[in-house]
Write a protein that binds this ligand. Structure first.
Ligand code: CTP
Length: 404
């Protein structure tokens, strides 16, 4: 879900992390949100309202008396109120029901609106039970808190309390608008590609990056699920994976299989987007195989060529085996990589592997490793939906919303 036309009221309170609200503001705008900004008096000491105004945005100062009704009009404007950074003082004031500044007045006037707190403060202040109890209390009143990062605070103290990554905050804002289609569900997702090693350095694999599975994992969190992601050789640094996703890293088919079978038992829905190697080496050497030891001279007509021979054995079809173990109500969603006869092959795989759904990727269209994907969603009742090329993040949302 992007934030197109969503109305975000960004309330900035006085923390040393105030300057990060500028990046946050820009990212919200980039995502298509309509943003208004309120700066508390203390925030106005850290950063100038001219920063927001220079982006063409009217920034409201903490002056409730200048326009006595601005807290009402700002409350009416907001689809979501984002307090970032949220100080110790402001959070505790919200919990006590104090309304003595423009920001606390707007919040007081918005009991039904979702309010996101991004606490940022010294670790001792964040650990203070007064704050912890108040955060708990606020969670019952449409407040959602983004967990701060652990690290060195501006004062040099180490601990939890740093302003989180901007992407974590945007994620929380997007979550507020999600349909919560998977609320209470345990979702297992596999992503990436297995590696079948021949010796300690060489392996066969494929170009699957894991982006589709990661997009599904992030979206499933937004939709309210408890998510486990089995990540196969994914370049973690290149992707945003929300902290609520529990990640299990695996490398080869054999150790993947074990983790998958264990986790499958605990899940309600499996999205099997991993690209699993159909074959593994019959023998795996514990030492690096020497070129001289393994080459074979073969007679290829007139020419003599040097070939390497290794025997591959077929791996078990994991989806096929899992579907025989499925409990009542468990949903299995497979993926297929096809270059032609997409629908026919999709139908065949649904039947052979007893799937509830399959997404048939059109891999002739350069989708492997890309940020975009296209193909067909098919179900076991013959239903087919065509999805045009689009970002995997967007597609992930549509696939989840189309579960039935
Ligand atoms: N899959 C699996 N176990 C395997 C191979 C694939 O569980 N040993 C799963 C994949 O994760 C995917 C689905 O089966 O969800 C289809 O995978 P795909 O590579 O499209 O097809 P295959 O079943 O391997 O068949 P083929 O290569 O002949 O198309």
């Amino acid at each position: 879900m992007d934030l197109k036309n969503k109305k975000v009221l960004l309330c900035v309170t006085g923390s040393i992390a105030c300057y990060k609200s500028v990046d946050l503001y820009r990212k919200l705008k980039k995502e298509g949100a309509d943003v208004k900004v309120i700066l508390s008096r203390a925030a106005g000491e850290f950063i100038s309202p001219y920063i927001f105004e220079s982006f063409g945005e009217e920034a409201f100062y903490d002056d409730a008396f200048k326009n006595p009704l601005s807290h009402i009009s700002l409350s009416k404007f907001a689809d979501v109120i984002l307090i970032a950074p949220a100080t110790y003082n402001t959070i505790n004031k919200f919990a006590a029901g104090i309304a003595d500044t423009l920001i606390t007045l707007v919040v007081a006037a918005s009991p039904e609106k979702p309010k996101i707190l991004v606490p940022a403060m010294n670790p001792n202040m964040f650990a203070n039970k007064i704050l912890k109890n108040n955060l708990n209390k606020l969670s019952e009143y449409n407040f959602y808190a983004v967990s701060p990062e652990t690290g060195n605070a501006a004062c040099g103290d180490f601990g939890e309390g740093r302003f989180p990554e901007i992407e974590d905050v945007i994620f929380e804002v997007e979550s507020v608008f999600s349909e919560k289609k998977l609320k209470g569900k345990k979702v297992l997702i596999t992503a990436g590609a297995t590696r079948e090693y021949m010796d300690p350095v060489r392996f066969i694999s494929n170009g699957s990056s894991g982006k589709m599975g990661i997009s599904l994992a992030n979206e499933a969190v937004k939709q309210g699920a408890d998510v486990v992601l089995i990540a196969l050789n994914i370049d973690r640094a290149s992707f945003y994976i929300n902290k609520k996703v529990k990640i299990i890293n695996r490398i080869s088919f054999m150790d993947f299989k074990e983790a998958l079978k264990d986790e499958f038992k605990k899940s309600d829905i499996l999205f099997m987007s991993a690209a699993v190697s159909d074959y593994g080496f019959k023998e795996k050497s514990s030492e690096k195989i020497k070129k001289s030891r393994t080459t074979v001279a073969a007679d290829a007509g007139d020419k003599k060529s040097t070939v390497f021979k290794a025997e591959l054995v077929q791996n078990e079809d994991l989806l096929k085996s899992l579907s025989t173990l499925r409990k009542k109500g468990q949903v299995i969603f497979g993926f297929a990589a096809e270059t032609n006869y997409l629908i026919e092959n999709g139908r065949k795989k649904i039947a052979e592997k007893s799937l509830d759904f399959i997404f048939v990727n059109d891999v002739s269209k350069d989708v492997i490793g890309s940020d975009e994907n296209e193909g067909f969603l098919m179900d076991n009742n013959g239903g087919i939906i065509k999805f045009e090329r689009q970002p995997k993040k967007k597609l992930a949302r549509l696939l989840i919303l189309n579960l039935h």
